[in-house]
Structure formats: structure tokens, C-alpha cells
Design a protein. Structure first.
Length: 412
């Protein structure tokens, strides 16, 4: 049944009227977006027909935007099934050309679909992306991040999120492989042969026998992409719901991942932005500066972050009294990030008392920042709890006041 149906759909895309093309491409996309193992195996056998149809509809020569949009969407759904085609350099080049051209379409739906495709391709075929990053994707995605259309900009930002996630995953996998090889080298004595065999078998079972290719895309792009992310942080919507995913929050998520991917290399551009905007008259930039500092608490070396955190803590505590609630909330969240990821930089003598006081004041002052303050306090308690069973710790002196504050909040 499936071969006949797929052939009919392909024929419709090539020869049918526009409404037939659009309906057939939408159907192909729905079929490809399946979780049924048997159907997925069948689809893989028809990858040539699927690819022929969707690429034909996605080309810039297609004059009907509805058809082209349906084709780009179907192409995204079918990317997993055209792996054989993607291994072929000529076919891969043509697919990438069609998608890159679609990022320049005048229809925002097509642009969004194209960046969505690039996102999926980076996740599925990272090892094939070096050539395309150098020739096109680097510039196209930065251009997309600067788009006035927020949905386009978010998808371009998410492309770099995917880059970071892939590179973090590759580094983890490669670290595992190196550990297996290190363990093997410990047993060069002939009597260690059987143990070496067992270690190899364990490595094969865990899928960690070869180093994966790692291109450092994020590190190479840091000086160009991170400043764009920092500017996007300042595009907050003060009316946005707490769970609304907008361009500012997409940029924050990407900056967090970037710090985890490139480590200390992210610090100089972020620090320059923070120093420039922390006292800005425009609350959007004050808020962005505070958020940016909190976003890089995980990734850079401790010896790099430690003096910066010690210097920033009094400033962030002071910003808990900002006139704008969004800035106060971001300051509380940044303090929570510090308490979670850089807690060793918090000095009990100098920082603890004003920090606890600011967080409890924030907890009582506005419902919007209550969760950020609670999270920061929980992380602070974890940091200074001391050994299990100890009679007192640095928080003991603040216990009575803390309980009083918490009871007052629960009564509201």
C-alpha cells in the first residue's frame, strides 16, 4: 500500500494543481512524522521518492508560497529518512542549497520552516556541516537572529542552541572514549589481556569506541554570535507571561548553553556588555546585563569566575532594590544561579547577611519574584548547610529571622 500511495503523492507534487501539491506535501509530512517502527522502515526504503517530491516543492522556482511552505515543512519531517541521500555529497549540496535559499524567502512562514530545517539538520548531521557552516550557515543564521520577525529570530537562535547541545554531547562522548582508552593503557602486562577485552566490550555496549568529530563551531563563532545574543536579551516584553517563550528568553537559553560549550571564552564579551549596561537608564539593558551575568555561571573556570562573582555580589544585591520589578526578578534569579553554580565564591562573613536579607525582602515584596527568591534561598541553604548532624552552620544566626519571614509569606 505504502509504495503506491507514496508514488501517487509524488506524482501529485510533480503534475497536480497547486491545491493538490500542497495537500500531497502536507500528507507526506504527516506520514514521515510517525513513531511507528514498521512504517519508519518502509519510509526509509522510499527516501528517494520522498526527497524528490519535497525538494521539488521547496525550490525557489516554486511560485506558490503555500506549496513551498508545505514542502519545507515536509522536508523537515523527512530529514531522518533521507540519511542515505544526505551521505551523498552532490545530493546533500542540493538539499542545503534549497534550504538556504528558503531562508531568504519573502514569506515568513517559509523562512521559519527553513531555519527549522537547519536546526534539525544540525542535530542529525553535525559531522557533515563544516563546509556549510563556513560557506553559508554562519552568516545566514546571524542574519536570521537579527530579523524583525520574532518567530524567525527565535528559530535562528535555536539553531545555535542545537550547535551547543551537539558539541556538549560530543565532548561528553569523547571524554568517555578517552577514559576507556586510558583504562586500556593501564593493563599493558600480558595477564591484563582478558580485562582489556572486557573493557572493550563495555565500551562497545555503551557506544563509545570512537572519537566523534568536533568542529568547535560555537568557539569559532563566539565573537560574532554572543554580542547578538546579548542585544536580544534586551528585547524583553514586560507584559509577557512567566511561561511565554519569547526572543529574550531564547537568547538567555542560548547564552547559558554557550557558556557550557566554550567555557571561559564567553566571559570577555559578556563582561564588556555587563559593564556597559549595568547602570543603563533603560531598564531593558540593566535587566539584560544582570541576566547575562547569571547565564554564564556554569561553564567558565572557577578561577575566572571567582573574582568576578565576589565583585558582582554587592552590586546584584543592591539591584534587588531597583525601581523596575523585571530587573529585581532578574537580579534574584542571577543570585540563585550564583548560589547554585558558583557558591564557593560566597563569603559567609561578607556576603551572607546582606544576601539573605535582600532575598527575604524580595520574597515579601512582589509575587513575580517570589519563585526566584525562593530558589536562590534553597541554593544558599544547600551551600551553607554544613555536614549532616552538625549543631550549627553559617545559617544558624539567621534561622529565627528566616522562619519569621517564611511564615509571614505563607499567611498572605
Amino acid at each position: 500500500m505504502w509504495p503506491e500511495l507514496m508514488q501517487t503523492l509524488v506524482n501529485n507534487v510533480g503534475e497536480g494543481a497547486d491545491h493538490q501539491k500542497q495537500a500531497s506535501l502536507t500528507t507526506i509530512g504527516f506520514i514521515c512524522d510517525t513513531d511507528e517502527a514498521e512504517l519508519r522502515d518502509s519510509l526509509a526504503q522510499h527516501s528517494n521518492a520522498i526527497l524528490t517530491a519535497v525538494v521539488q516543492g521547496a525550490r525557489k522556482e516554486e511560485t506558490n508560497d503555500d506549496v513551498r511552505n508545505a514542502a519545507i515543512s515536509a522536508l523537515s519531517d523527512s530529514l531522518e529518512f533521507v540519511r542515505t541521500n544526505f551521505e551523498n555529497e552532490g545530493e546533500r549540496n542540493y538539499i542545503m542549497q534549497v534550504i538556504c535559499e528558503a531562508t531568504q524567502a519573502t514569506d515568513n512562514r517559509i523562512q521559519q520552516g527553513a531555519y527549522g530545517c537547519l536546526n534539525r539538520i544540525m542535530g542529525l548531521y553535525y559531522d557533515k556541516m563544516r563546509f556549510y557552516m563556513e560557506k553559508a550557515l554562519f552568516g545566514l543564521t546571524i542574519q536570521g537572529m537579527k530579523s524583525e520577525e520574532e518567530d524567525v529570530a527565535k528559530l535562528a537562535v535555536e539553531f545555535w542552541c542545537t550547535v551547543c547541545e551537539e558539541e556538549i554531547s560530543i565532548e561528553d562522548d569523547n571524554t568517555q572514549v578517552r577514559r576507556h582508552y586510558e583504562r586500556l593503557h593501564l593493563f599493558e602486562h600480558p595477564y591484563g589481556y582478558r580485562l582489556k577485552v572486557l573493557i572493550r566490550q563495555q565500551a562497545q555496549a555503551e557506544g563509545s569506541t570512537e572519537l566523534r568529530e568536533y568542529f568547535n563551531f560555537a568557539r569559532v563563532a563566539t565573537q560574532e554570535v554572543v554580542p547578538v545574543l546579548l542585544e536580544l536579551l534586551a528585547k524583553q516584553d514586560e507584559d509577557a507571561a512567566d511561561d511565554e517563550y519569547n526572543i529574550s528568553r531564547a537568547a538567555y537559553q542560548c547564552l547559558q548553553l554557550w557558556a557550557q560549550t566554550v567555557g571561559s571564552a564567553v566571559v570577555p564579551p559578556v563582561l564588556a556588555f555587563v559593564e556597559k549596561n549595568l547602570r543603563s537608564e533603560d531598564w531593558h539593558f540593566r535587566d539584560a546585563a544582570v541576566s547575562a551575568f547569571g547565564a554564564i555561571m556554569e561553564g567558565p573556570e572557577e578561577k575566572i569566575l571567582d573574582p568576578l562573582v565576589k565583585q558582582a555580589l554587592p552590586v546584584l544585591i543592591g539591584m534587588m532594590d531597583d525601581q523596575v520589578i523585571q530587573v529585581k526578578d532578574s537580579a534574584a534569579y542571577a543570585l540563585g544561579r550564583i548560589c547554585e553554580a558558583s557558591s564557593e565564591s560566597i563569603d559567609a562573613q561578607n556576603h551572607l547577611s546582606p544576601l539573605i536579607s535582600a532575598l527575604f525582602t524580595g520574597l515579601s515584596s512582589h509575587p513575580k519574584m517570589a519563585s526566584s527568591c525562593c530558589w536562590a534561598l534553597m541554593n544558599l541553604a544547600d551551600r551553607f548547610a554544613g555536614d549532616p548532624g552538625c549543631n550549627e552552620n553559617p545559617l544558624s544566626a539567621h534561622f529565627q529571622a528566616s522562619v519569621t519571614h517564611l511564615l509571614q509569606v505563607t499567611e498572605r
